[in-house]
Design a binder for this molecule. Sequence first.
Ligand SMILES: NC(=O)c1ccc[n+]([C@@H]2O[C@H](COP(=O)([O-])OP(=O)(O)OC[C@H]3O[C@@H](n4cnc5c(N)ncnc54)[C@H](O)[C@@H]3O)[C@@H](O)[C@H]2O)c1
Ligand SMILES: N[C@@H](CCO)C(=O)O
Length: 812
Amino acid sequence: MIVLKFGGTSVSSPANLKQLKNIIESKSESFIVVVSAFSGITNLLESIATNSLQQEPHVLLKEFKDIHVDHIKNYFTDKQQTEVLVEIQKKCNQLENICTSVFTLQELSNRTRALILSFGERLSSFVVHRYLNAHGLTIELLDPTKIITGNGDYLNTTVDFEKTAAQAAAMVKNANYIIGGFIASNEKGEVVTLGRGGSDYTAALLGNVLEAASVEIWSDVNGVQSADPRKVKQTIAIENLSYEEAFEMAYFGAKVLYPPSVIPLRNKKIPLLLKNTGAPDQLGTYISDHNKSDLHKIQGVSSLANIAMITVSGVGLSGRKGSARQVFQVLEDNDINIILITQSCSEQSIGLGIDQSKAAFAKTILDNRFAEEIAKQQFNEAQVSLDHCIIALVGDKMKSKVGLCGHVFSAIGENGINVTAIAQGASERNISIVIDKKDETKALNVIHERFFSKPVKNIHIFIAGVGNVGGEFLTMLDGQRKALLEDYNLNLKICGVANSRKMLFDSNDGLSTADIKSLKENGKDYGAYENFLKEIVDQNLSNSVFLDMTASAIVSDGYLPLLKKSISVVTCNKIACSSSQELFEELNHSAREYNCDFKYETSVGAALPVIKTIQDLIISGDRIHKIEAVISGSLNFIFNEYDGTKPFADVVRLAMNEGYTEPDPLIDLSGLDVMRKILILSRESGLNREIDDITYKSFLPEPCENAASNEILFEELLKHESHFKAIYDSAFAKACKLKVVASLNDGNMSVALQEVPSHSPFYNLEGKDNVIALNTSRYVDEPLVIKGAGAGAEVTASGVFADLMLIFNRKS
Ligand SMILES: NC(=O)c1ccc[n+]([C@@H]2O[C@H](COP(=O)([O-])OP(=O)(O)OC[C@H]3O[C@@H](n4cnc5c(N)ncnc54)[C@H](O)[C@@H]3O)[C@@H](O)[C@H]2O)c1
Ligand SMILES: N[C@@H](CCO)C(=O)O
């Protein structure tokens, strides 16, 4: 004998009902089918019951009848319908009579409520029975009130297993049956119910008393998922669970199974199979005595919201026997359920997780109970902290996996999620972590990504600036997206983007390049830049990263608040790293403190590995003694191109059009861009320096230096053509080339336009190339030289991309 339970959705459409028929026909052993009420009916009956007190619930009763009549019209031929409809009408009349009595007497006892609620399964089992008969199946309809007996609460009866077993044995022979779930009777023969989710329980207890070979629960999902699919996108069905794991998962919100149903089956070691009626070929979840999986891993991650943490603390708790018992007793006496307990071994505090709605009451009763101790300052008043949730990791074999907790905490720590309390039983079947409620979905996702097979890590990207570099970045991302997903399991989603005025967000599907191109037309004015930042923070997404591809100080001023929310920052904008030493240090320090990354490799030499090389040298104990470098791609290009045959202004414009200069080319021409870079390299070398410490003599005439706009700058450059020609001629006369050289020597920084002779290593530096020569304690006679393209939107975008990958590929 096997027991098969079909939920509301499995009986509420012709397609599913046909599946139900096919499923039971495929069984070789005899069976009992347990059915729930049609979808939505139990809630409707709750409303009918409650409504009966205020008014005669004609409208709701009509709805109740109409739903059933609709099903019947869908399931039966015209000829078959008549008889079924007559019976339904009879049952609806009975229900109406009960409701009228409730209204007349103005009395709705739990006894009457249970009777009203029972109509859902009474009708569904009748309809499904007739349907199966009409399709030629020989199957008998059982009356659950004649088999299942309970006592106590009318709405949540306690089943009398002995009596039920005897009745079941008398009524169930070697044949096939169908029965409505959820309903039972008490010793007086009155109708009672098994509590919400009770059809699962009917199946489990029939499985128990009939010692079934197995119990199958058929619903609209493929078994227990590794997490709640409404909160985590890429869940997987768990193939095998032990009874204990199933109970934990069900308790912590995996709604596919009513938790108490596991117990009658575990007691008799009856396997439980959870299957999808709509997809019977899917494996589903097999729950049995032992978890067959050999993997010592987390089976699922689940959560429970609306938790308040109550802390009972005080010096008087230490060594005081029975205090925990007293705390628990006072809560028990007042019907408050404790969901989670933590106590440190110093015994100075006990932390309790309870349902948030009971928090204020719990504080009052605890403070009253310990008023004397509080007055003597032995105990503190109970502290209440609201708006938490519990994240539960479930798995029988987690205990033997070294480092598992470490992975969990690093995953959530890297995403800025604070842990308020932790509870882990000695069985280690459940590790419960209390966190802020607002982080519930984020925590479920980061833990799920970290632990489940071939997880796809969703990277949530926010971008400021989609100009030259930003535009190239988007092209590169489009080209790499597929490979990143297939080869690295990384799904890069652009969730938000802004230019200097407008912003666009889409964290569900991510923004496409076409969406981003329409930013000007379709974006929303953000007003103050802080509004863009606030939106990023409020989204509270896992694996969030902010890319700055602007040259804006407003944008770089926003890094700190992001880092402090554990949102990593990747930038090619040099402003933040070359402003005060204090800010530079605070940015790096905050990234470490808040477990995220601050990456700025492209601020010097575009994608050349300059900063990374210096960091690697320093961390391995080397010391930087001297840096000599040409680190302006645009100036190198300009002085390579300029020979007096066309105006200096035209060459600068060419560099600008090629995307080598800053958006404001005066930043390059004034030497500021090079100064920022040598300052950043000095700081990376361990020096504490400011921009004013750099020795620099400008090669620009003053009117160019003071140009208030690009237009004026180009006019002034043209006016001073002879100045630039003279600089060129002087170098040419000495067979030298012009190079803007930055150096760090003995702690002193300088930048200067130099005439370099042919034997100089800088002489042959072509186009927009950069070269950086490092003399260190290890590279003494010959410097370590890094050379290559130092400007250009494409190489810079590739450097930004590489920084991004360094953050997330490493963590996957
Ligand atoms: N081009 C290169 O070779 C190169 C190399 C290394 C680093 N960089 C750095 O890359 C950055 C971008 O350079 P680019 O050539 O792409 O410049 P760009 O002018 O083409 O693009 C910058 C974009 O930033 C946007 N922007 C400006 N203020 C903003 C704000 N407050 N909020 C949001 N967006 C804003 C602008 O609308 C523009 O679209 C600069 O900081 C530059 O120093 C460039
Ligand atoms: N404007 C910069 C871009 C690279 O930082 C340069 O010319 O080098």
